[in-house]
Design a protein around this ligand. Structure first.
Ligand code: PLP
Length: 426
């Protein structure tokens, strides 16, 4: 089945009431009926369904299976936010004393998680220049657990060379993890390219209307082959004391391995689970994602082309501009567009402020992926916590403005920007 059909129909077997829409099963717990059934549920003999909503819920399960189908993966885990999805994807493989290798172009929250919180937990992060993936090789050592990068970097709006990064990850038997929030499974399916784990902030294009916070972790099919007997991933290959010595890479839940462990160890112990209500919102979002993301992308391309012609604009970043350093990678890796994200540079902070303070349709919001258009000054908001040095490395100047183009009429959006640009000239 094609993605458009999977997004609407997959994994829902109509319930007794034959409801066309998926029911929101707001329940904390489930009746086991007998003591034997309760004991076998806690022993994982019944799988992980219907034990306790912190580790699984039937509404969440439909979202998880649907995103796995859309990504071409074997399984998924829903989490309370995009940040918790990223955190769990790392915590699932790294301990104190370990290190990970990450792109230098990441969402600001991910950078602070990596440089501050992981550091406090004893996990070191080594950054590589995403435009020079060959740098990764010299950073790998025996304690390295993964290579982490984004499918489109935000706010520099660059694409990584997936194949080169995946080849290095495979050469060292390392997991590759990509934050695919911006491209969504409709524009790019990293697992089918050979990436091992995909994470999403569902709070963006998946919900589509800025209504809920949530995250998703999705794993590639046959991941067990890479993890089993791989000395880097002891968590998966040694007996787990909290499950009577269960060895994950041998257990019956495989081929769902990575998300299975994240669920029954990390969600069980730290509790960053998704509310079934939010899962239901994301299920609604997935139904229309394919048409929305194409409109976001076509609007954005039109606006990027217009921005390139404006005197006050020094540089425009959008992968499908022929001037973009990511143009060839975009043609290779993206289908149907490059999302609604554009960034562009103006002379200085004052010019940026005049534009932000005078647009009427765009709102100044620290978010992306809403149906409504958003304008943002990265250096003073999402990336405020970065040092001047880190800002420079991430390519964020004082005059950099990020747009998240919505699905309004593109001429109205251009006219809105044009009237704010006129005020700069006067
Ligand atoms: N990843 C990317 C690319 C993001 O832009 C964001 C938030 O802006 C996140 C992750 C974090 O997601 P959440 O806000 O759902 O925790």
């Amino acid at each position: 089945m094609e993605q458009e059909t999977l997004a609407i129909h997959s994994q829902y077997i109509k319930d007794r009431e034959r409801t066309m829409n998926i029911p929101i099963l707001m329940t904390t717990a489930y009746d086991f009926g007998t003591t034997d059934f309760a004991a076998s549920s806690f022993n994982l003999e019944q799988g992980t369904d219907n034990v306790y909503t912190r580790v699984g819920n039937p509404t969440n399960a439909i979202l998880e299976k649907r995103i796995a189908a859309l990504e071409g993966g074997s399984g998924a885990l829903a989490t309370s936010s995009g940040m918790s999805a990223i955190f769990y994807s790392i915590l699932n493989i790294a301990n104190s004393g370990d290190n990970i290798i990450a792109s230098n172009q990441l969402y600001g929250g991910t950078i602070t998680l990596f440089t501050q919180t992981l550091k406090k937990l004893g996990i070191t992060v080594k950054f590589f220049d995403v435009d020079k993936p060959q740098e990764i090789e010299s950073l790998v050592d025996e304690d390295t657990k993964c290579i982490f990068f984004e499918s489109i970097s935000n706010p520099s709006i660059d694409l990584p060379d997936f194949e080169k990064i995946i080849d290095i990850a495979n050469k060292f038997n390392l997991l590759s993890i990509v934050d695919s929030t911006v491209t969504t499974p409709i524009l790019c399916q990293p697992l089918l390219l050979g990436v091992d784990i995909v994470v999403h902030s569902a709070s963006k294009y998946i919900t589509g209307q800025g209504t809920a916070i949530g995250g998703l972790i999705v794993e590639r099919k046959n991941l067990v082959e890479k993890i089993k007997e791989n000395a880097r991933y002891k968590h998966f290959n040694e007996p787990e004391p909290s499950y009577k010595g269960l060895v994950f890479s041998d257990c019956p839940a495989t081929p769902i391995l990575f998300t299975f462990r994240a669920r029954i160890v990390l969600l069980r112990d730290t509790g960053g689970c998704l509310s079934p209500f939010n899962a239901w919102i994301f299920i609604q979002g997935l139904e229309t994602l394919s048409i929305r993301i194409k409109k976001h992308s076509s609007n954005a391309l039109e606006i990027a082309l217009w921005l390139e012609k404006q005197d006050i604009v020094k540089k425009v970043n959008y992968p499908f501009l022929t001037s973009s350093t990511s143009y060839d990678l975009a043609k290779k890796y993206l289908k149907d567009g490059a999302s609604g994200l554009i960034s562009f540079e103006v002379e200085n902070l004052d010019t940026a402020k005049t534009i932000l303070d005078n647009v009427k349709i765009f709102s100044i919001v620290a978010n992306i992926g809403d149906s409504k258009s958003i304008i943002n000054h990265s250096a003073s908001t999402t990336h405020q916590q970065l040092s001047p040095e880190e800002l420079k490395k991430a390519g964020i100047s004082e005059g950099l403005i990020r747009l998240s183009i919505g699905i309004e009429d593109s001429d109205d959006l251009i006219n809105d920007l044009a009237q704010a640009f006129e005020l700069v000239k006067n």
